[in-house]
Design a protein around this ligand. Structure first.
Ligand code: C5P
Length: 227
């Protein structure tokens, strides 16, 4: 069977990763969560005091980029690949609201993007990949056979993210999650390097009124048409 590249971009917490994981599994493709890579770099910056409340030592982060190794390892039990930062499993730590509050700032740094885009292109070089993020259809795989752009209202997206964080046991307030979703959308869409935008040939999927099964079915059928 002909293997293709599937790029899924969109605003924060549109449920991209949930549907992307399921799609990858159904097609026998690998799934790559590119946001996890930006989150892992952000966690590194936080752990090394390069980023704190009001200060971000961008130059030091750039100087230390060569020391940051990000990898994925498939977890049989979970059914997807978890992200590792310098050999340590950080799958859970990178999803905190604290990391979310800094990640978009880190993602504006061109040197960070360059390193991660190179790695992402390498991970997808053999096709048979579903990758989600903000610039997958525009920058990482502009030639992807299927490009999707996911949207939903900010309130609905914040509610999803809030429910996820509460389920994990994190102590967060809905308003803080909503503010974070809005602020990341703003930074991601207005940054100079690779801003979040719909690729011209992407299909927009507004999932505000679609449940998971409906979203999956829609996207699976779109993929099947291309394979
Ligand atoms: O997908 P997720 O919400 O985990 O992504 C976290 C952040 O990483 C985004 O808000 C964005 O700032 C950055 N990102 C990016 N380009 C990507 C994926 C994520 O700039 N391809």
């Amino acid at each position: 069977m002909n293997k293709i590249t599937i790029a899924i971009d969109g605003f924060s917490s549109t449920g991209k990763s949930t549907v992307a994981k399921r799609l990858a599994k159904a097609l026998g493709y690998i799934y790559v969560d590119s946001g996890a890579m930006y989150r892992a770099v952000t966690l590194y910056a936080m752990q090394n005091d390069l980023i704190k409340k009001d200060c971000f030592d961008k130059q030091q982060l750039i100087a230390q980029l060569k020391d940051i190794k990000i990898s994925f390892k498939f977890n049989e039990e979970l059914g997807f690949a978890e992200v590792y930062l310098n050999g340590q499993n950080v799958e859970k730590t990178i999803r905190t609201l604290e990391v979310s509050q800094f990640v978009s700032q880190v993602a504006t740094v061109s040197e960070v993007r360059e390193q991660l885009v190179f790695q992402q292109q390498n991970l997808g070089k053999d096709k048979g990949v579903v990758m989600d993020g903000r610039d997958i259809g525009t920058v990482v795989f502009p030639e992807a056979k299927l490009k999707l752009f996911m949207t939903a209202s900010a309130e609905q997206r914040a509610q999803r993210r809030y429910d996820e964080l509460i389920e994990r046991g994190d102590d967060v307030k809905f308003d803080d999650v909503l503010k974070n979703v809005q602020s990341r959308d703003h930074i991601d869409s207005t940054r100079e390097d690779s801003p979040l935008m719909k690729a011209e040939d992407a299909i927009e999927v507004d999932n505000s009124n679609l449940n998971l099964d409906e979203q999956f079915e829609l996207i699976y059928n779109l993929a099947k048409d291309k394979i």
